[in-house]
Design a protein around this ligand. Structure first.
Ligand SMILES: CC(C)(COP(=O)(O)OP(=O)(O)OC[C@H]1O[C@@H](n2cnc3c(N)ncnc32)[C@H](O)[C@@H]1OP(=O)(O)O)[C@@H](O)C(=O)NCCC(=O)NCCS
Length: 246
């Protein structure tokens, strides 16, 4: 397909020379959610209560020590941060070891999959500033037995709010229609608020899969052998969003 030129960027199919740019975009686009997840978790009433209780325990155990109260509260906050980091870092590592390990085989050699990049001219040089990847998911109840799922979508920080994400999403939608997929789905964790706003604007409708969020949470805890630790299932929830074709 010929690239589609938009104001100051174009959308085209992925080329092997884009690999490092795409991996950087993916990495930034995933890890930027660690801080929002941490702040979201810490401001949840459950965690506020737990933090206060732990700080109070430190205060009492330390013989009315404010320092120990701070240390206990800080240790708890550090643990929550570590868990948030683990969730997103773990997700990134899994993706880099799975579909992104051999992009050529996963996305270019399988007609049901697609990967596109947004390219812009920056100081006279072509630069990859965004990407979107789509793959088929099997569902006997859906149209031809498949629906498309966005596996990755990210736009470089300096290029956000310039419709790059919308155009990439439109390209993914067109691809799904061309392939006869029943709909396009996207899974988002609750801290991904920009992506949620974008999908709302594009008319996606959604449901919350809290259970999946719990599984994600448990998996990352299990990996570090902290099985006995049950903090809260409210850290991150997963939203599944669908775009149905007219
Ligand atoms: C989600 C993402 C791809 C959006 O890319 P983008 O190029 O900034 O999106 P657009 O410019 O096309 O935005 C379209 C609309 O989405 C909404 N939107 C996008 N970013 C927003 C933000 N930070 N806050 C509020 N609304 C936002 C707005 O309604 C916007 O329209 P407007 O600019 O006319 O108000 C980008 O923020 C990103 O890479 N995020 C990190 C990775 C990620 O979460 N990916 C999700 C799927 S895996």
């Amino acid at each position: 397909l010929a690239p589609i030129f938009l104001n100051n960027f174009s959308i085209r199919e992925y080329r092997p020379s884009d690999k490092s740019a795409v991996v950087w975009l993916l990495q930034d686009g995933i890890l930027e959610h660690v801080y929002p997840a941490f702040f979201k978790a810490m401001s949840h009433p459950d965690h506020v209560g737990i933090t206060l209780s732990i700080s109070m325990a430190g205060y009492v155990l330390g013989g009315s020590s404010y320092l120990q109260a701070l240390l206990f509260g800080g240790a708890w906050a550090g643990l929550i941060y570590y868990c948030c980091q683990e969730i997103y870092q773990g997700f990134l590592t899994r993706r880099l070891e799975a579909d992104m390990a051999d992009i050529q085989a996963t996305y270019l050699e399988k007609p049901g999959n697609g990967l596109w990049v947004a390219e812009a001219e920056v100081r006279g040089q072509a630069k990859v500033v965004g990407m979107v990847a789509v793959g088929p998911e099997f569902d006997p109840g859906a149209g031809n037995g498949c629906y498309g799922e966005v596996s990755h979508m990210a736009v470089g920080f300096g290029w956000r709010r310039r419709s790059v994400g919308s155009q990439l999403a439109q390209r993914a939608l067109e691809f799904c229609k061309e392939r006869g997929y029943a709909h396009l789905a996207l899974n988002l964790s609750s801290p991904q608020t920009a992506a949620a706003a974008l999908t709302r604007k594009l008319g996606f409708t959604g449901m919350t899969l809290q259970k999946k969020g719990k599984i994600l949470w448990k998996k990352s805890i299990l990996r570090k052998k902290l099985v006995s630790l049950k903090i809260s299932s409210l850290l991150i929830s997963i939203h599944e969003l669908f775009a149905h074709f007219p």
